[in-house]
Design a protein around this ligand. Structure first.
Ligand code: FES
Length: 391
């Protein structure tokens, strides 16, 4: 494999995402975990995670996210938070709130957790149940959002928006307001993992998106008029954009994910690429970050298609998202189809047009172990890789 721009040594990682487990009590059809998550059940134990945290901190990582799956499934979460805090990380918990109790909120606060983000599926319990596959989750989330606020955390709520809940945006913002949220991320679904599998039944229409943006703006004005300080961040789905995002701030630039089984990845979706990734069970993080061929593969600009190399945005968007390019075209070296100059850009318009307006929640394939096993024995999940490790 060639190494891109070998004269420029990478900066140390700034962000570590610790995906503690792929286990999750919910079944959200837009989950970004790999479809084959059931293949990776050999989770790192407490000691191994502490070693990962220690190595990453020694390399200079300062921000740490605990996620999953559902990280609260791990009974050693409080121990890991405490260790991370002692090491000097700023610690974030990214959770569905399922498995959280008032006692655990307190224990996490005692351990020194800095920040909690809870996700909501919908504004009402019926839709939330249909989307998450749990009858109790919604009420528990609301109770825990209040407990988190009472414990003195800044309350950040996250809602993944898609065709089935985006028209509730006004009710969702009202609910977050009632709960006393300090910040709300209205994050339109991005299409990786299970969300990619379910993309045709999840994509909102352009009209839905425009209505939701306008409603968010009305709410911003309403909140400002009543002196309420609750920030609303509205994230547009990539598929509706004309320019690619600087995914992860550039491959292997600032962001490192450690998956539950110890695989080390430049982004949470990378294990769906036709590449081999290292594992912290066998290789020190320092060697992975600075010397592993997969981490080096999409650094810099040498790997880019000629058109991207000549583009003025090449150092801003770093060539867009490799996972998106692969999922949409079957070629991980392709220009990110989100870019309006990509020859594959029309794919996105086609997807928006062909997505059935009539798709309902039962059309979604839920993210669960049974479906993971079924799907990963099928070969036609996505386009076959056309290129592996181009030289
Ligand atoms: Fe993997 Fe964008 S999510 S490079």
């Amino acid at each position: 494999m060639r190494h891109a721009n070998p004269t420029t040594p990478p900066s140390p990682p700034f962000w570590l995402l610790a995906e503690l487990t792929y286990r999750c009590p919910l079944q959200c059809a837009y989950c970004s975990n790999p479809l084959a998550f059931t293949r990776y059940q050999d989770e790192l134990d407490t000691e191994a995670w502490i070693d990962v945290l220690t190595q990453a901190r020694a390399m200079g990582a300062a921000q740490l996210g605990f996620s999953g799956g559902e990280p609260l499934v791990r009974q050693d979460l409080e121990t890991l938070v405490k260790e991370a805090r002692t090491l000097g990380f700023y610690t974030n918990l990214i959770t569905s709130g399922v498995g959280l109790t008032a006692q655990r909120v307190e224990a996490l606060a005692d351990a020194g957790l800095d920040h909690i983000q809870i996700s909501l599926q919908a504004a009402d319990p019926e839709l939330a149940q249909a989307l998450a596959g749990s009858s109790k989750a919604h009420a528990n989330k609301l109770a825990m959002a209040k407990a988190v606020k009472a414990a003195g955390y800044p309350m950040v709520l996250n809602v993944v928006l898609h065709r089935h809940n985006i028209d509730q945006i006004g009710e969702l913002i009202a609910l977050c307001d009632e709960l006393g949220a300090d910040a709300v991320e209205l994050a339109n679904c991005q299409y990786y993992g299970w969300a990619f599998l379910n993309r045709r039944a999840l994509l909102p229409t352009r009209e839905q998106l425009l209505r939701a943006e306008a409603e968010t703006q009305r709410w911003r004005e309403r909140l400002a008029a009543k002196g309420r300080d609750m920030s609303l961040l509205f994230v547009v789905p990539d598929y509706f954009e004309q320019a690619p995002k600087a995914c992860m701030g550039g491959w292997g630039s600032i962001f490192m994910t450690v998956a539950p089984d110890g695989a080390v990845l430049p982004c949470h979706s990378a294990r769906e690429l036709p590449m081999a990734f290292p594992n912290v069970k066998r290789t020190p993080l320092q060697d992975i970050w600075y010397r592993d061929a997969a981490f080096d593969h999409f650094r810099g600009t040498d790997w880019m298609p000629a058109q991207c190399q000549q583009c003025d945005s090449r150092d801003k968007d770093h060539g867009g998202c490799r996972c998106q390019a692969y999922l949409l075209t079957g070629d991980m070296y392709a220009i990110d189809p989100v870019c309006q100059h990509s020859p594959d850009h029309a794919l996105l318009d086609g997807l928006l047009e062909e997505s059935p307006q009539t798709a309902t929640i039962p059309d979604l394939i839920p993210r669960n172990a049974r479906q993971s096993r079924r799907l990963t024995t099928e070969s036609a999940l996505r386009p076959a890789p056309t290129l592996i490790y181009r030289q």
